[in-house]
Unconditional design. Structure first.
Length: 174
C-alpha cells in the first residue's frame, strides 16, 4: 500500500499508477507502455534472452505486431511466474527473517518520468523504511544448470539495478 509515510522514504519517485495487474491488466499494460521499465532495460541493452530492443520499440510506439507477441509457452511461463511471486516472496521472508512490503504501484523517477519501476517487493526495516528491493524469479527444471552455478541472468541484474536507481535504494535481492 502506498502511504505518505512510505513516499517520504522514496524521494526519487512519483507514483504514476496504483492499478495492479490483477485489478485491470489492460490499464496496467497501458501504463507500462508510457515508459521504460525494468523488464525492458535488459533487451534495450542487448542482454535479454527473451526479447530484443526492436520488440520493445515496437511495443512502446504502438507498432506491436502480432508476430512479436510472446509465444503461448512464454505467456504460460509469465503466468506461472506471476502466480508464484507471493509464494517466493513469503519463502524469502521466512528464510531471511526480513520484512517485505507489497507495493502495487508503478513508480517513475521524479526527474525522468519515462523511467518506470514495478517492483515485486520492498524490503523494509522495523519502522517500515525501505532499504532493499526483492525481485522474485522462478524458472523451469530445464534451467537448473544455470541457477545451480549461482549465475543470475544478466537481464535480471539490469532490471534490479534499474529499479534501485529509480527508487534511490542501494540494496537488492533475488
Amino acid at each position: 500500500m502506498i502511504t505518505q509515510e512510505l513516499l517520504k522514504y522514496l524521494p526519487n519517485v512519483t507514483v504514476v499508477s496504483t492499478v495492479s495487474q490483477q485489478e485491470d491488466e489492460k490499464e496496467w499494460c497501458a501504463v507500462r507502455t508510457k515508459g521504460i521499465g525494468g523488464s525492458d532495460i535488459g533487451a534495450i541493452c542487448g542482454v535479454s534472452p527473451f526479447t530484443s530492443a526492436r520488440q520493445i520499440y515496437f511495443n512502446k510506439t504502438g507498432q506491436f505486431e502480432e508476430a512479436l507477441k510472446p509465444s503461448a509457452a512464454a505467456q504460460e511461463r509469465m503466468h506461472f511466474g506471476h502466480l508464484l511471486e507471493p509464494i517466493v516472496a513469503d519463502e524469502f521472508a521466512r528464510r531471511t527473517g526480513k520484512k517485505l512490503l507489497n507495493v502495487e504501484a508503478t513508480f517513475a523517477h521524479k526527474d525522468f518520468p519515462w523511467m518506470r519501476a514495478n517492483v515485486d517487493r520492498l524490503i523494509v526495516d522495523d519502522d517500515g523504511k525501505p532499504y532493499g528491493i526483492l525481485e522474485c524469479k522462478t524458472t523451469s527444471e530445464y534451467n537448473n544448470e544455470e541457477w545451480e552455478s549461482g549465475e543470475i541472468l544478466m537481464s535480471y541484474i539490469y532490471q534490479l539495478n534499474w529499479y534501485m536507481w529509480i527508487l534511490g535504494i542501494e540494496r537488492g535481492a533475488f
